[in-house]
Design a protein around this ligand. Structure first.
Ligand code: UDP
Length: 329
């Protein structure tokens, strides 16, 4: 829990989607928080009142050093990253420089300032295309695109820094983050938007057809199966990981998913149920690099963090996203 004697938590990317929910969760338990975000993809409007926003570019190593030196940070939650798979294939330099380069600056400053607790946003993309119905953390890390490779590389850096310098970390491998605050006050706002749930809501509202990427996968209905996890549950896992690090845990790589898979068509049915509108679709070719199944075996996060999703089930996730979408459009 929060402790007045403790320094603030630095949240990089705290104006972004998952980061802004983590900031909320930390604030709700009375933590002091400082957000570091260059607002290249984050939103100033998602920064709560009273939370300092340091608007710098993590590529600027001197500026990062200065931020870490300016306070006695208790821990870092590191969300800031570029996260479009397709863009990473076209512009790998951007991904290596922004994701890995920036993280090296950040972790270097952490070491210099003796900040030894890090919770890192990783992704199930590090598993590549494992061809299994359920994924455990013991599977080989074998990403198939530059985005996944940058996240896997950062996990390795964290492992090395842990072994050599005692920097302890949780590497949280998100499955498909989705959903919004129950009251519609905070949610997903990507530019451009590529994710299924917000695009399906958009299709329901506008009537513009959604492209279904691949209808001939070896899955029950031919469309890709993913593990959709509520963004508030992801935020909760970060808070728990922070507490575990404070309690002296070594850290680990952990899957954050519900353990149950939902196909693209099932997501669209949920959107229709929740919104009461039809979602027009067009069958489209497979999107390169989309495996048929990505579903977590979530047991390790449960045993390590005592975490399990409080809001599992696609309808609950879609209903919250619908409220946000209805308010923000
Ligand atoms: N998808 C789709 N049409 C879209 C966007 C996504 O059929 O317009 C599919 C995509 O191929 C994948 C699933 O929806 O199987 C989830 O995609 P999303 O981009 O939301 O997340 P990802 O799984 O790529 O992280």
């Amino acid at each position: 829990m929060a402790d007045d004697a403790r320094g603030p938590v630095l949240v990089t990317g705290g104006a972004g989607y998952v980061g802004s929910f983590a900031v909320r969760a930390l604030r709700a338990r009375g933590e002091r928080v400082v957000i570091l975000d260059d607002l290249s993809t984050g939103h100033r409007a998602h920064v709560p009142e009273g939370v300092p926003l340091v608007e710098i570019d993590l590529r600027d190593a001197d500026a990062v050093q200065a931020v870490l030196a300016a306070d006695e940070f208790d821990a870092v939650l590191h969300f800031a990253a570029n996260a479009y798979v397709g863009e990473s294939v076209r512009e790998p330099r951007k991904y290596w420089e922004n994701n890995v380069g920036c993280t090296l600056n950040l972790l270097g400053a952490c070491l210099d300032q003796d900040v030894r607790r890090v919770v890192f946003s990783s992704t199930c993309t590090v598993y590549g295309e494992p061809g299994l119905p359920s994924l455990t953390e013991d599977l080989p890390v074998a990403p198939v695109n530059p985005y996944g490779r940058t996240k896997a590389a950062i996990e390795q850096v964290l492992g090395d820094y842990g072994a050599a310098y005692g920097l302890r970390s949780y590497r949280l491998r998100y499955f498909n983050a989705a959903g919004a605050a129950a009251d519609g006050s905070l949610g997903e706002l990507h530019e451009p938007e590529t994710h299924l749930v917000p695009l399906a809501l958009h299709a329901a509202v506008t009537g513009a057809p959604l492209r279904v990427f691949g209808t001939d996968y070896p899955t029950p209905d031919g469309t890709c199966v993913r593990d959709y996890v509520h963004v508030e549950d992801l935020a909760d896992a970060h808070v728990r990981a922070l507490d575990r690090l404070r309690a002296g845990a070594e850290g680990a790589a952990l899957n954050l998913g519900t353990g149950s898979g939902t196909s693209v068509r099932e997501v669209l049915e949920s959107v229709e149920r929740v919104s009461g509108r039809a979602v027009p679709t067009i069958d489209a070719p497979r999107r390169p690099g989309d495996p048929p199944f990505l579903v977590a075996a979530p047991g390790r996060a449960q045993s390590e963090l005592g975490w399990s999703p409080a809001q599992p089930g696609i309808d609950a996730i879609v209903a919250s996203a619908w409220r946000w979408h209805s308010r923000s459009t």
